[in-house]
Design a protein around this ligand. Sequence first.
Ligand code: SAM
Length: 280
Amino acid sequence: MAAPPNKTSEPLVITSLQNERIKAIRALDMRKERKETGLFVAEGTSVLVMAEQRGVVPETIVCLADNPEETQRAKEVCAWAEEQGATALSVTARVLGKLANKDNPQSLLGVFRQRWSELPNVSGVKPDDLWLALEEVRDPGNLGTMIRTADAVGATGIILIGTCCDPYVRECVRATMGSIFSVPLARTSREDFVAWRAGWVGDVVATHLNGRQDFRDVSYQGPVLLAMGSEGPGLSDALVEQATKVVRIPMAGQLDSLNLAVATALTLYEIKRPTLKRQP
Ligand code: SAM
């Protein structure tokens, strides 16, 4: 970001869209800027509460100035972020609206550092681990939904293979509903993935329209690595060849495939079905 962080405890009140800090936050809408700075934007009190619960501190927290409707929880999150060293900016509704690209913005917005994990060490993977591998996912809404679902089902993490959309783009972060702070994300090339997968001790499950088995008829041997293809061409042959099991989800209507995020949700839940506890 162009502007140096302001570490004063008194929040600045910013009214102008030309303010350097505001321009630097808006610039994070561009992938190039996110790549160069390693930062991203997350919005909304509930999302920032998730960050707090995970101990992920924003570099900057932006709040509406003189907002009588600000909830107690939003105030607490602001206070926590400042205590942890975040720069607090107080802005007008017009400025926050521009930052959030919305007419009625939520009252809080945070600028966070992106977090990337290494591929897990295969010798340290536990039998009940479940990693989701996504090849060349293109749609940020799909990716965000899959991050949220991976969190919901208790998956261990997600591996992005090849050229994927950016998980830290605003649309994806929104779709995660805060799970962006919970689910480890790793990224790799197809070649490196294939080499790494050679040490995987459990099932490598590929989903494919021509899968040999119905996904409900399979006994999944953990740790499971679940591979999903892209929205367009689906899984590459190179990845299907890596699978110990190739499964299909039955289709009874006129279409031949499901939306990627829907297919991922169904398969994750099926794999986890024996161990997911029933809630009273
Ligand atoms: N045209 C692609 C093909 O022929 O594979 C379809 C891509 S589909 C929209 C995206 C991904 O969702 C697929 O690569 C697969 O991982 C999963 N998928 C969708 N429907 C599926 C089904 N009925 N059975 C198994 N996997 C499915």
